[in-house]
Design a protein around this ligand. Structure first.
Ligand SMILES: [Zn+2]
Length: 175
């Protein structure tokens, strides 16, 4: 693959649609879409991607946590493709932290998310898996999952004053 696909930016209707479930995980189109998503995330500063962000209204996300300039304390997690993901919170505890989104450049905001969640998803071989996430990875998962339901993180911000510029965010974390 040469060129990375275009990223849908906030305002694109595809970001506000409910994405379609995947019936046949082994279908070449699905496998190809997953590879394109992995390729798109690779080398970007992102830690996750949802298919609607590349104009595919399908229930596929990739979560790939690694420490970056933006998230210096992020744990290492190899890029994982999750098809038809679901989750339930393991408690009512929520935590606020900064999020950003490839579809919403130059902005960051404090977003409340469940601290620990139980996730299920289908992998690229068609196996249904269950796993528990907490902290940063639980946050990334919930962010990407929202994209499948037509939501972006700004919809979950408590207060508009929790929204800041990327430049201010980089100043804050440099302290
Ligand atoms: Zn996003």
């Amino acid at each position: 693959m040469d060129a990375k696909p275009e990223i849908a930016l906030l305002g694109e209707p595809v970001l506000r649609r409910i994405a379609e479930p995947i019936d046949d995980v082994t279908h070449p189109d699905v496998q190809q879409l997953a590879q394109t998503m992995l390729f798109t995330l690779e080398g970007s500063n992102g830690v996750g991607l949802a298919a609607p962000q590349i104009f595919e209204s399908k229930r596929i996300i990739v979560v790939a946590s690694k420490p970056t300039k933006r998230y210096p304390y992020a744990p290492e997690m190899p890029a994982t493709v999750m098809i038809n993901p679901e989750f339930i919170p393991m408690s009512d505890v929520t935590v606020k932290d900064y999020e950003g989104c490839l579809s919403i450049p130059s902005i960051r905001a404090l977003v409340p998310r469940y601290y620990s969640i139980r996730v299920s998803y289908t992998d690229l071989t068609g196996q249904r898996l269950g796993v528990e996430f907490e902290g940063f990875i639980a946050r990334v998962f919930q962010h990407e999952y929202d994209h499948l339901n037509g939501l972006v993180y700004l919809d979950r911000v408590d207060n508009n004053q929790d929204i800041i510029s990327e430049q201010m965010f980089l100043k804050l974390i440099a302290i």
